[in-house]
Design a protein around this ligand. Structure first.
Ligand code: NAD
Length: 508
């Protein structure tokens, strides 16, 4: 398994690259190609500024006591409520409303007393790492999250490079985003920030250069904004629709994109069960994250007869030993206006349990579908599953991997398990270029072939079993001895990438 390189400073990036090094050694990757692939082509760090609106911050009960006699304020326009209960005031909401302010505090009837926090310009750190484009334009998501760093984006951009090669779409790898907690800003503020991000990035991206997509904290709405900011005023505006993927289907997004990543996870799991000669019907799983990937994987797998025993997200964990009603859970999280954090916490169809207990629930599989680094050695010791199917990017630490391997828990690595998203992104980009609109059936058929055929190649590399079937041919990739599935996936990526350097050469 992964060997740690103790000479280098250890970072998220160097950890992520340990598998690269292992696979590169295994196949004797050309040394110059190795040097090209060990670091990104470009690392862009820049800053975006945005004017924030005034906020109303809820005060403690004891502080509110000072304002008992304060007359009630009625803002002219309804404020927007943020995840922590802070209210963002639309412009002129107090000035044009019926407001009484004392020492910077207002009282909003039954809502309580609030301190006014003046808005004003703020600066945020932004990133775009363009890792490698030897196989095609840079491609990778945009993450709006409070815990991002250059190292994180380098590792995620590298991962995109391997992933696009594994599913054999003609793209390279990139990743970027903004260091921000988007739940603490209003829709208008996020929009302003998004437009400013593209304004600053415009000269570095393009439909044939670098194509962003949604990731954690971004969504189709944000992709629509990025498209407009990039294309407005351009002479051939509609030819640039492929500047971003993950758009709403009504503006050039692909059918099937929303569920594509969860669907890809399910296709891999289906193949895994088929290999074992077992049925998915009645199989059980536990899940971390109920966002895009987690919720779709859960819906699709339960549709195939599997049972979800417990799910955890950033705000809570629910458990039902008989299986959670995933349709009801989805409705509770996404169709329920009162659930402002869009969390599984409080779901009446399950029991709340501490987050740490999730991992110890016996099940057939665990699907991490939240952030990276979840499966540490400690978590890997706790897991009572046969399979980890990595929906999230980089959810397993090298130590976690060692423990999983020792305990005989198999892994479907992220670079194939969650590659469904980028695969359908490619279909979206193709449809945009050709001005076409494919049906969901057509998209999912192509996706199934892409994921399952490459999954089979990886399985054959891992088991050292060169084969050709109607769907796949693993003979050019198998290396002569068995290896871990994670290394096998990397072998497939590196052989496909290396071919470009070896056959095209290096320009000077
Ligand atoms: P999302 O923002 O829709 O959902 C993230 C989920 O993770 C939410 O339910 C959130 O509550 C949960 N979460 C966040 N922090 C957590 C914590 N500390 N503990 C437990 N749960 C936590 O994001 P997404 O698009 O579903 O992406 C999830 C993962 O899948 C990420 O690692 C992302 O990079 C990866 N991924 C996404 C796609 C895609 O198409 N969306 C494609 C490939 C990989």
């Amino acid at each position: 398994m992964r060997s740690r390189n103790s000479e280098k400073r250890r970072t998220i990036f160097t950890e992520a690259m340990e598998v690269f090094e292992e696979a590169a050694d295994l196949i004797g990757l050309n040394h110059r190609v190795r040097l090209e692939l060990e670091e990104p082509n470009y690392e862009h760090i820049f800053y975006v500024t945005v004017a924030l609106k005034d906020r109303l911050v809820p005060v403690t009960a004891s502080e509110a006591g000072r304002f008992k006699d304060l007359p009630e304020t009625h803002p002219a326009f309804a404020p927007e409520i943020l995840a922590d209960g802070t209210l963002v005031l639309p412009d002129n909401a107090l000035r044009r409303g019926d407001a009484t302010v004392r020492d910077g505090f207002v009282k909003l009837g039954s809502r309580g007393t609030y301190r006014i926090e003046p808005g004003g310009p703020r600066r945020f750190k932004a990133y775009r790492v363009q890792y490698n484009d030897v196989r095609g334009p840079y491609k990778g998501g945009l993450r709006f999250h409070k815990e991002v760093s250059l190292d994180l984006f380098k590792s995620l951009a590298a991962e995109m490079t391997w992933k696009t090669a594994i599913v054999d779409v003609p793209f390279g790898g990139a990743k970027g985003g903004i260091r921000i907690d988007p739940r603490m800003y209003s829709k208008e503020e996020i929009k302003a920030l998004t437009l400013r991000y593209m304004y600053k990035l415009k000269s570095l991206v393009g439909p044939n250069i670098d194509i962003p997509a949604p990731d954690v904290g971004t969504n189709p709405e944000i992709m629509g904004m990025l498209f407009r900011q990039f294309s407005d005023g351009e002479r051939e505006r509609h030819m640039t629709r492929g500047i971003v993927t993950g758009k709403d289907v009504r503006i050039g997004g692909s059918e099937g994109r929303t569920q594509a990543t969860g669907q890809g996870v399910a296709y891999c799991i289906e193949e895994w069960f088929k290999d074992k000669g077992q049925s998915l019907k009645g199989a059980t799983f536990i899940l971390q994250g109920f966002g895009n990937v987690g919720s779709w994987a859960a819906k699709i797998l339960t549709g195939m007869g599997a049972r979800l025993l417990a799910v955890n997200d950033a705000d809570g964990t629910v458990h039902n030993p008989d299986g959670l009603d995933v349709a009801a859970l989805d409705q509770y999280v996404y169709e329920n206006k009162d659930n402002i954090r869009k969390t599984v916490a409080g779901f009446p169809g399950g029991q709340p349990i501490p987050a740490s207990e999730l991992f110890a629930i016996p099940a057939d599989m665990f699907i991490p579908a939240a952030l990276g680094g979840t499966i540490t050695a400690e978590v890997a010791e706790k897991l009572k599953v046969k399979l980890v199917a990595e929906g999230a990017n980089e959810p397993t630490t090298p130590e976690g991997d060692e423990v999983l391997a020792r305990r005989g828990i198999e892994v479907i690595p992220d670079i194939i398990a969650n590659a469904g998203g980028v695969t359908v992104s490619y279909y979206e980009w193709l449809q945009n270029k050709r001005m076409e609109h494919w049906t969901e059936k057509e998209v999912l058929q192509r996706l199934e072939t892409a994921v399952k055929s490459n999954y089979r190649i990886i399985r054959d590399i891992a088991t050292n079993n060169p084969r050709k079937s109607e769907l796949h041919d693993s003979r050019p990739y198998v290396v002569g001895k068995p290896c871990h599935s994670r290394v096998a996936a990397m072998v497939l990526a590196l052989k496909r990438i290396e071919a470009h350097y070896l056959l095209e050469g290096f320009s000077q």
